[in-house]
Design a protein around this ligand. Structure first.
Ligand SMILES: Cc1cc2nc3c(=O)[nH]c(=O)nc-3n(C[C@H](O)[C@H](O)[C@H](O)COP(=O)(O)O)c2cc1C
Ligand SMILES: [Mn+2]
Length: 444
């Protein structure tokens, strides 16, 4: 079901009784995060905090604490259909359009009027160094080609007009701007429609504008307006826009921050944004997002787009790939399970090498088509009964792999392993046990 903006989605959730209003005043330091943790742990409703200490803005949290809300956005009944829908949509993008006016610029603060501390940015985990914006859609352009990129990158609140950032494709834009001795213009859209958040999690190839996928999921072009102080276009229906420049050749300590692995990421040197404007709707809502021990909305939001990314890429190489799954226990990133009908005996090993080459998963398990990849008991049963460690494991050392892996000895350097748990093609394997007539037993 398409939702043009966050508000439309919230109205829908309220009708569905899947949104709860919290009237009592809550503290953005840890208390909002604790509420979101609780709703995440029980697959509960989205939360609307009406009164937040120190700010006029209401806060939304736990929007994707339960997967059912993401499935509603995509208009499908289950995870498998959601993944297939995104794979189809990726092949058929609808480009965004620029319109003259948008609600996101109703109020405009620039220069000394910029004050990030007026936003109700939450501090999540106990040892987080500062409040972090986690659901900000970062928009930037390649300084050479002008091509746009979208990503959700955590932003550390440093002062009234300064943010730290930890980026992926945007980091390439920054490196290219720096070679020209320039900073990188950036716009961060807060409180965007759910389709935009989902599209941001597509790990599209570099140079591909993820807004095209958002348009396809929405069923119409995403509407953009010109930003106030930087040469970028921003989603017209966002609640809040932060504009600024990622400063060239400037790095500052960022972190610690409690990450999706379930561990704190220690401080390290990261780029810095100098904020030039904050624009917003007249009565803006602030969208918070919890990251931490699986399962949080971080994991729920990225899982299905990540599965679609890998299903799409692997199917291009291996026609027998049936489905893929990044379970939450692997932080929706470290462990990839693939089911396939292999066409040649050792094909799963090629698939493992390809998947590990995509710099994401640290463990890959390949099973036959008869295994339900969403059933981890069955997957591990296949591993235990259909594979031999020395024969069927494939280990790579020292690769640029799983991000923020707490067990890695150096940043961006991990080891990775795949297990081929498929049966031999020639049928030389004991038969699986079955009981005839099981389907005829009446309900009792
Ligand atoms: C809530 C949330 C927070 C995220 N925070 C970060 C982050 O701080 N840094 C990062 O590199 N990726 C983060 N991600 C993942 C990226 O947004 C995701 O991999 C995206 O596809 C990256 O886009 P890009 O490939 O265009 O850089 C986050 C994802 C979610 C759902
Ligand atoms: Mn990208």
């Amino acid at each position: 079901m398409p939702f043009i903006d966050l508000r439309e989605f919230l109205t829908f959730l309220e009708q569905e009784k899947d949104l709860v209003r919290i009237e009592r005043e809550v503290d953005p330091i840890h208390e909002i995060a604790a509420y979101i943790r609780k709703t995440s742990d029980r697959q509960g409703p989205a939360l609307l905090f009406e009164h937040v200490k120190g700010s006029q803005m209401p806060v939304i949290g736990g929007l994707f604490a339960a997967q059912r809300r993401l499935l509603k956005v995509l208009g499908v009944a289950d995870q498998r259909s959601a993944v297939e829908k995104l794979v189809e949509s990726m092949a058929d993008p609808i480009p965004s359009i620029t319109v003259p006016n948008g609600a996101c610029t109703e109020v405009c603060h620039t220069g000394s009027d910029v004050d990030l501390t007026r936003l109700p940015v939450m501090t999540s985990s106990e040892k987080d160094v500062a409040p972090f914006i986690t659901m900000g859609l970062a928009i930037s352009k390649d300084p050479d080609s002008g091509r746009r990129n979208l990503g959700l990158y955590r932003l550390q609140l440093k002062s009234k007009n300064r943010l730290g950032i930890m980026a992926q494709h945007l980091a390439i834009h920054l490196a290219r701007a720096e070679t020209k001795g320039r900073g990188l213009p950036i716009a961060i859209a807060l409180g965007v429609s759910p389709e935009l958040l989902i599209a941001s999690q597509w790990k599209a190839p570099y140079r591909v504008d993820e807004l095209g996928l958002a348009g396809r999921v929405l069923g119409r072009p995403v509407e953009l307006v010109k930003a106030a102080t930087v040469d970028l276009e921003v989603p017209a229906h966002a609640e809040i826009i932060i504009e600024g420049i990622v400063l060239p050749n400037e790095r500052e300590s960022e972190g610690p921050f409690g990450e999706f692995s379930g561990y704190y990421q220690p401080p390290s040197s990261k780029p810095v944004i100098e904020v030039t404007a904050i624009t917003h709707r007249k009565n803006p809502l602030y969208l918070a997002g919890l990251t931490g021990m699986p399962t949080t909305e971080n994991h729920v939001l990225k899982q299905i787009p990540l599965e679609a990314t890998f299903l799409n890429a692997l199917r291009r190489q291996f026609c027998g790939v049936h489905s893929v799954h990044f379970p939450f226990c692997g932080g929706a990133g470290y462990l990839l399970i693939v089911s396939m009908k292999k066409t040649r005996e050792f094909e799963p090993r090629n698939l493992i090498a390809t998947a590990l080459g995509m710099a994401g998963p640290k463990y890959v398990i390949v099973v036959d088509e008869d295994i339900d990849i969403y059933d981890l008991e069955k997957v591990l049963w296949a591993v235990c009964t259909r594979s031999q460690p020395a024969r069927d494991a494939l280990i790579l050392s020292q690769i640029n792999g799983a991000p923020l892996d707490p067990s890695a000895r150096a940043p961006h350097c991990t080891e990775a392993m795949g297990i081929d748990a498929t049966l031999p093609k020639d049928g030389s394997f004991p038969e699986m046990v079955t009981i005839p007539g099981l389907e005829n037993v009446p309900d009792f």
